[in-house]
Write a protein that binds this ligand. Structure first.
Ligand SMILES: O=C(CO)[C@H](O)[C@H](O)COP(=O)(O)O
Length: 287
C-alpha cells in the first residue's frame, strides 16, 4: 500500500480498512485503558487521556498524523500502534521534535516532516496547562515552535493531559511562566524588554540540567520563561501577541483558539473532555 504523497491533499479513503477499535465516533464511551497495573495514578491518567483521544480522533481515513512532545504523548503512540500494522501502513507520522521523532521511529511507524506534509489530518499533543477556553501553555519541553506549526497545520488539533493541567486560568499550577523561544543572539535584549517593557521582572533564561549553560531547543535556540500574574494570564492572546512582537522572539508557548478539544485523564479513572464550543464531558472508563 502506498504512503500518502508529500505536498498533496490527504489521500482517498477507499483502501482503508476499519480499525479494530470500535469506539470511534462514540464520544461518551471508551475502552478501558488501565491495563498496566504498575502505572502510577498520574501515569494512568495520562494514558487514559491519550487513549481516549486516539480512539475518538484518529479516524480510519486519516493519513497524516502529527505527534507532539512530552510525557503524555508516548501513550498516544502506544494506542496508535495498537491499531495495528495494517491500519498504520498507509499513514505517515510527523514529529514535533527529537523526542517524538525517536518515538515514531522506534515504534515502527512511518516518519515524515511538515515541510513534506504541510496539511495534517490530526495532531495530538500534550500541554502544560489548558484554560476554560482551550487556550494553553506549551513549551515545558522547549518544543513549542514545532508544536505550534503542527497544531496550525492540522485540520484537527487535540490536547491530551493529566488532571493537573485542567485549569480555569493559565498560570494556576504551571508557575514557571510562558516559554519563549528566542534566537541566542537576542536573548539579553528580549529579557530586558520583558523586564522593563512587558511587565515581567521575573523572566529568566532557562538553564539546562546536567549540562552547563542554557537549554538549547531542537532548533538551536534559547528558551526564556516569563511568569505573569493571573490578571495578565486571563487574556492570554494579548500577552502572547505582545511577546511575539519582540525582535528576536521565534515563538511563544501560548496557543490560543487552536485546539478542538482537550482530554484530561482524572485520578478516579474518568476523562474530562473540554470542547472548543464550550461543552464539557465526563466519561468513565469501562472495567
Ligand atoms: O509543550 C510540551 C513540550 O514543549 C509538552 O507537550 C508539554 O510540556 C506537556 O508535557 P507532559 O505531557 O510531559 O505534561
Amino acid at each position: 500500500m502506498p504512503l500518502p504523497t508529500p505536498l498533496s491533499p490527504v489521500s482517498p479513503i477507499s483502501k482503508v480498512r476499519p480499525v479494530v477499535l470500535s469506539r470511534i465516533g462514540q464520544p461518551t464511551k471508551l475502552i478501558s485503558p488501565i491495563t498496566d497495573l504498575n502505572l502510577s495514578v498520574l501515569e494512568k491518567s495520562k494514558q487514559l487521556a491519550a487513549w481516549t483521544a486516539v480512539d475518538q480522533h484518529v479516524k480510519p481515513e486519516h493519513r497524516v498524523i502529527g505527534i507532539g512532545s512530552g510525557s503524555t504523548v508516548p501513550y498516544v503512540v502506544e494506542r496508535i500502534v495498537q491499531l495495528g500494522a495494517e491500519a498504520n501502513a498507509e499513514r505517515v507520522f510527523i514529529p514535533t521534535g527529537f523526542q517524538s521523532k525517536q518515538l515514531i521511529v522506534s515504534s515502527g511507524l512511518n516518519l515524515g516532516d511538515v515541510d513534506q506534509f504541510p496539511t495534517i489530518d490530526v495532531t495530538l499533543d500534550g500541554a502544560d496547562e489548558v484554560d476554560r477556553e482551550l487556550n494553553c501553555i506549551k513549551g515545558g519541553g522547549a518544543c513549542h515552535l514545532r508544536e505550534k506549526v503542527l497544531a496550525e497545520a492540522a485540520n484537527t488539533f487535540i490536547l491530551v493531559a493529566d488532571y493537573r493541567k485542567n485549569v480555569e486560568f493559565l498560570g494556576t499550577n504551571f508557575a514557571s511562566g510562558i516559554p519563549i523561544e528566542v534566537v541566542p543572539f537576542a536573548y539579553a535584549k528580549v529579557l530586558q524588554n520583558l523586564h522593563h517593557h512587558l511587565g515581567c521582572p521575573q523572566a529568566s533564561l532557562r538553564m539546562a540540567v546536567k549540562k552547563a549553560g542554557p537549554v538549547v531547543s531542537d532548533n538551536g535556540n534559547f528558551i526564556i520563561d516569563a511568569p505573569y500574574d493571573q490578571e495578565t494570564m486571563k487574556t492570554p492572546y494579548t500577552i502572547m501577541a505582545q511577546i511575539k512582537m519582540l525582535t528576536g522572539v521565534v515563538e511563544v508557548g501560548v496557543f490560543c483558539h487552536m485546539a478542538r478539544a482537550a482530554y484530561f485523564g482524572n485520578a478516579d479513572g474518568t476523562v474530562t473532555i473540554k470542547w472548543n464550543d464550550g461543552r464539557v464531558e465526563e466519561v468513565a472508563a469501562q472495567a
